[in-house]
Design a protein around this ligand. Structure first.
Ligand SMILES: C[S@@+](CC[C@H](N)C(=O)[O-])C[C@H]1O[C@@H](n2cnc3c(N)ncnc32)[C@H](O)[C@@H]1O
Length: 259
């Protein structure tokens, strides 16, 4: 068993999606992530608070479904051949998209944990913060790259998010960035399964196009609204979708570089 209690709380956030990808897989739901199930069996951690949070469970299952769909379309329709996984955590999507070249970027202690728990992953690891823009030089391919930031940008300030987007727009051609964004109304809150003071939400927006203000060389390629999808999974929460702006509360956007 691997003890992960030494991880700081922002890094601990990676356990939430891992846990819910495994539970959705075990119940035969909308995603299948066998690697998540086997990683979870190797981790020594008390998941009792996390497992209570059913709405996050639904959101993570749908988010995983959407990012898988973005990759499938990227391969079939957009000539994507390389994926850079920002804030990779213990994500094992590489095992579902084996024909792509993968880079996994996260803080050094997480990359170390990945090597222990995912020895079968032969991706190129980048052990640095996404805010250390030297990662641009670590990525040899400069076109047809898909960057993914799943469960990451909400922990950064707006200026930091835009700086990351500009690095992509300035250095990569025919490339895409997919990320999820919460509503501005939850900025300052914490994640229900994680202590608020250690992983506060710093960035959100109402409509996706707000992210393009003061950026250049990017445009919207696609948007998914998880609260409007798989409505049966949302149970009584689904009635909120009758309110016109409800869908904007949580979205997954894909931007593309215009050069
Ligand atoms: C909510 S987890 C999501 C993990 C993964 N994307 C997934 O869906 O399972 C957030 C991840 O972002 C990483 N992270 C936080 N700040 C980071 C930074 N400045 N640079 C790179 N990764 C960071 C954490 O270590 C963690 O793995």
């Amino acid at each position: 068993m691997v003890d992960v209690r030494h991880l700081s709380h922002i890094l601990e956030t990676l356990l939430v999606p891992l846990y819910f990808r495994a539970s959705e897989t075990k119940r035969g739901g909308i995603i299948e992530d066998r690697e998540a199930v086997s990683i979870l069996e190797q981790i020594d951690y008390d998941f009792s608070t996390i497992k209570e949070d059913w709405k996050t469970e639904v959101a993570i299952a749908i988010r995983t479904y959407c990012f898988d769909d973005i990759l499938s379309k990227g391969v079939k329709e957009k000539k994507i051949n390389t994926v850079v996984n920002f804030g990779a955590g213990l994500d094992a999507r590489f095992s579902r998209f084996k024909n792509l070249k993968w880079y996994q970027l996260d803080m050094p202690e997480v990359i170390e944990l990945r090597s222990l728990l995912l020895p079968q992953d032969h991706s190129i690891n980048i052990s640095k913060s996404v805010l250390d823009f030297n990662w641009v030089n670590d990525i040899k391919e400069k076109e047809n790259v898909l960057f993914i930031a799943e469960g990451l940008f909400m922990y950064f300030s707006e200026a930091e998010v835009k700086e990351i987007l500009m690095q992509i727009s300035n250095n990569f051609r025919h490339s895409y960035i997919a990320f999820d964004a919460v509503s501005k109304s939850v900025v300052g809150d914490g994640h229900k399964s994680i202590k608020i003071d250690t992983a506060p939400i710093k960035w959100g927006n109402y409509k996706l196009d707000e992210v393009l203000e003061n950026t250049t060389g990017l445009c919207i390629d696609d948007v998914y609204y998880p609260y409007m999808m798989f409505k049966r999974k949302w149970k009584w929460e689904a009635y909120k979708s009758l309110f016109p702006n409800y869908k904007y509360q949580y979205k997954i956007g894909v931007l593309k570089t215009t050069s």
